[in-house]
Design a protein. Structure first.
Length: 201
């Protein structure tokens, strides 16, 4: 019996160590990804006539999702929430590799400042953990190479993964930030946390 208790104790220590190491690895990967995204964002743009633009740059003459030349993982915007002193670099794409670099702009949705539904998703335990403190009325600033756009939060909701209303196209310029919920849930979180904001005139 004593031997079984020792084995169980060692197993629990091993599991705890694995969880801790995995958490630290994800944390440092997210920090490193944001550093890389920031460097890409701040890199000087080259002449628009060049056929190979700097990653993350969006041609000022055409910023529609279907024709811009950004690739998955490229930096596309700088997201700021002034009240929370939060600054994040948004990358293109919502695949696992892109989301390790930063919050991801969902391909095919509107770009910041453009009429339509701009959707940005992020992990609740890294980049989008800051959203747990967001409030209605907060300002969200999205800066792209085409301009700076200010949104105001008008709705915060928790929904089931089957509720896709926040993904539907819109005629007016809106922003939806999406992450999993609850923020401190261990494992795959069962719900989604949605921050809805309208573009300010």
């Amino acid at each position: 019996m004593k031997r079984l208790a020792i084995i169980v104790a060692w197993l629990m220590l091993a599991v705890g160590g694995y969880v801790a190491v995995t958490g630290l690895r994800e944390y440092w990967a997210s920090r490193s990804g944001q550093t890389e995204a920031a460097q890409s964002w701040n890199a000087p743009e080259i002449d628009s006539a060049d056929s190979n633009p700097v990653p993350g740059s969006i041609p000022k003459s055409d910023s529609s999702p279907s024709t811009n030349r950004v690739q998955p993982g490229d930096s596309v915007a700088k997201l700021s929430i002034p009240r929370l002193s939060a600054v994040l670099y948004v990358v293109e794409g919502t695949d696992d590799k892109s989301l390790r670099r930063g919050p991801g702009h969902m391909h095919g949705t509107a770009l910041p400042g453009v009429s339509g539904n701009c959707i940005i998703a992020g992990h609740r335990d890294t980049h989008f953990r800051v959203l747990k403190n967001i409030e209605k009325g907060d300002e969200i600033i999205l800066e792209t190479h085409a301009g700076t756009y200010r949104y105001k939060v008008n709705l915060i909701s928790v929904i089931s993964p089957n509720n896709t209303a926040c993904l539907k196209p819109t005629s007016n310029a809106v922003l939806n930030l999406i992450t999993c919920y609850p923020f401190h849930f261990v494992g795959s979180a069962p719900k989604r946390f949605i921050v809805h904001a309208d573009l300010e005139s």
